[in-house]
Write a protein that binds this ligand. Structure first.
Ligand SMILES: [Zn+2]
Length: 284
């Protein structure tokens, strides 16, 4: 299955290169693109360097925008023919602060960090840490995946640097598999209250744990719709229209720049369109 997926993605990369060259030859201008990238834990110094290179390369072609500018662009009637990126980071690992301090702040890029509220400040090897790390990596975390979460000061640092935080549930459970409606409400609502009380801010962004079509269901959308303004999925697409449900592209620092740009240009969007439409119908 993985080989087949790689094969398809390689074909899409080639398709992207051909399309790009044709557009250059015919001097076709780019159309409006509003894409959201998802990164997670950026673990090692090598990964941080690779991430930095990706951002510098994308900066030549894309305008990096803040969560606030993202909202404005989403609602704008006459969209400019430019390409925009909003950076998001899921799970709230310690490396996110390092990325902000060493890279984003220096480039004046404002990102959105999705925090698992019960994960903040949990010491490695504690029961509370183990419970959540196993939810993040359901197949069992590998040794290199046992990174520290951010503490309260790290998150305050992000906020004072002009970044925003959003909610990523209490404990990273797969919401579509929760059988008890009170558990679902607690993951969605208590986590928001915790973040708002601890940091004295209003939270209006939510990102689904896993973010796949299968991890999202009707009940979770119905509850989220009452408490959040923007709900971020993990389905790839261009955010062209005003909607509460947001497309995002999962990427990682090791991804080749051609693959990254191929995703950003929408070469894999086709696979997600139908599923996205079904999820949007859950709002009714
Ligand atoms: Zn997550």
């Amino acid at each position: 299955m993985k080989c087949f997926k790689d094969f398809i993605l390689n074909i899409l990369d080639i398709f992207f290169l051909i399309k790009k060259n044709i557009r250059n030859l015919l001097s076709i201008k780019s159309s409006f693109q509003l894409r959201v990238l998802i990164y997670h834990d950026v673990k090692s110094d090598i990964q941080i360097k690779l991430f930095h290179n990706q951002i510098l390369s994308l900066k030549k072609e894309y305008v990096f925008i803040s969560p606030f500018e993202f909202e404005k662009l989403l609602k704008k009637k006459n969209k400019p023919n430019k390409k925009y990126i909003l950076l998001t980071f899921d799970d709230g690992f310690k490396s996110n602060r390092k990325i902000a301090e060493e890279i984003l702040n220096k480039l004046n890029i404002k990102a959105l960090f999705f925090i698992i509220s019960d994960f903040i400040s949990k010491p490695l090897k504690s029961n509370a840490y183990e419970k959540i790390i196993n939810n993040i990596y359901p197949n069992g975390p590998r040794k290199e995946e046992l990174s520290k979460p951010m503490d309260y000061d790290d998150i305050k640092f992000l906020l004072t640097s002009g970044h925003q935080i959003g909610c990523h549930t209490l404990s990273h459970k797969k919401l579509s598999s929760l059988e008890n409606f009170n558990d679902l409400k607690s993951e969605i609502i208590s986590s928001k209250i915790d973040l708002e009380n601890n940091f004295g801010i209003k939270i209006k962004h939510f990102a689904f744990p896993f973010g796949t079509y299968e991890s999202i269901n009707h009940d979770s959308i119905q509850v989220l719709n009452q408490y959040y303004e923007y709900i971020f999925s993990g389905l790839r697409g261009n955010n062209k229209r005003v909607t509460k449900l947001i497309y995002r592209d999962a990427v990682n620092p090791e991804m080749k720049i051609i693959r990254l740009k191929s995703f950003l240009n929408g070469n894999a969007d086709f696979f997600y369109k139908r599923k996205f439409r079904i999820l949007k119908s859950y709002f009714n």
